[in-house]
Design a binder for this molecule. Structure first.
Ligand code: TXA
Ligand code: MG
Length: 342
């Protein structure tokens, strides 16, 4: 199949969103930009279309999808038991990069939820995504638009690399503003629990929901074969072809360590201003204490290093708090939990 790519500008936004919505309404899946990463969008009520998402991505059958909405009527149609606290979180963070997990209604099939009795919901703020959902007048199931296991896509070019010829349409909305996926927050237990950290940090969520917690599995290798709260936690994720090693240390120890490594095509990922100290080819993936800058570049840098033929990538570990928590979580998974403390 030919993949059509439309570069979005203010003048063609309405028309392009209408086209994407018409594809979705007739059961096709299309790639759309969101503020976090690109999404692979299908009608959440169309089981055949949702099955195609799993096929196209090569996604494991037990990893449920996030359903994207453009208004609160859609929320009521797909989820129930929306607590006052959830409503307050929605007022604070929607539209935006927060996904909340609620008990699902009958409208959401087992194909979307992978047999769970819950549904993950998000109202995106990206104007293209919002317009597509509004015009489709349907909740949209959309995982990140990458092949399963690969780094998420933060530009139309990344989507082409992974999915060219497999989908009919990509809306090119430029580089993703945030660069890592939404914060996934379970609202089904006694207290809200972050299942996947994102740019909306635990600290920010606690301003609205003081009892919110971070799931222990966010920074921990999931025990093999055991049940996890969010099925996405158990797979190696976001991984480039290269082997990734995350190193928690000072810059001086990092430099000493990589200097001692032997092998071909070794690369480093460091912070701005550190490159000249590092004795192997390196790419800066953001500013040391600025998680937002790291999030924005992370997946792009991982993909760029693949293009360079990197075989091993040594990464300066970001902080595990605030906005960097999301970056640390993705890097740990990209590394298959290969982390060194020096
Ligand atoms: O920012 C994002 O969230 C992007 C954009 C496209 O919106 N989407 C995204 O989708 O990252 P995906 O499929 O790559 O990740 C969805 C995550 C997975 O970790 C999955 O396990 C979790 O959400 N999830 C989905 N439904 C769930 C549920 N009912 N309970 C717990 N976790 C759920
Ligand atoms: Mg994903």
């Amino acid at each position: 199949m030919d993949t059509q790519i439309i570069k979005i500008d203010p003048e063609n936004l309405g028309r392009s969103a209408e086209l994407a919505a018409s594809f979705i309404k007739r059961g096709e899946i299309v790639a759309i930009p969101t503020e976090t990463v690109y999404g692979l969008a299908a009608n959440a009520y169309d089981d055949a279309a949702v099955r195609r998402i799993f096929e196209v991505k090569g996604r494991p059958q037990d990893n449920p999808l996030i359903v994207h909405i453009s208004d609160y009527v859609m929320l009521g149609n797909i989820a129930h038991t929306i607590t006052d606290e959830a409503a307050a979180l929605a007022r604070a963070f929607w539209p935006g990069p927060l996904t909340m997990v609620f008990p699902k209604t009958e409208a959401i099939s087992d194909i979307v939820s992978c047999g769970l009795d819950t549904v993950a919901v998000r109202m995106p703020s990206n104007p293209v995504a919002a317009e597509v959902i509004k015009r489709a007048e349907l909740p949209i199931a959309a995982p990140s638009a990458n092949l399963s296991g690969r780094p998420s896509t933060t530009s139309a070019r990344h989507v082409i690399t992974d999915l060219d010829g497999k989908i009919p349409l990509i809306l090119d909305g430029g580089e993703s503003a945030i660069g890592v996926e939404s914060t996934v927050l379970s609202m089904t237990g006694d207290v809200p629990v972050i299942l996947r950290p994102g740019i909306i940090s635990l600290e920010e969520i606690r301003e609205i929901a003081p009892n919110a917690e971070l799931s222990p599995s966010v920074f921990k290798e999931p025990p093999r074969g055991e049940k996890v709260e969010s099925p996405g936690m158990k797979y190696k994720h976001y991984a480039p072809n290269a082997e990734v090693v995350v190193i928690k240390s000072t810059l001086a120890k990092f430099v000493k360590y990589v200097r001692g490594q032997k092998g071909e095509n070794l690369y480093a990922m460091c912070f701005e201003g550190e490159q000249e100290d590092i004795p192997i080819p390196s790419v800066a993936y953001g500013i040391k204490k600025d998680g937002r800058s790291q999030a924005k570049r992370l997946f792009n840098v991982l993909r760029t290093l693949d293009d360079c033929g990197a075989e091993k990538i040594y990464v300066r570990a970001p902080l595990d708090t605030g906005e960097s928590a999301a970056v640390f979580n993705r890097l740990l998974r990209a590394a298959g939990f290969n982390i060194l403390e020096l």
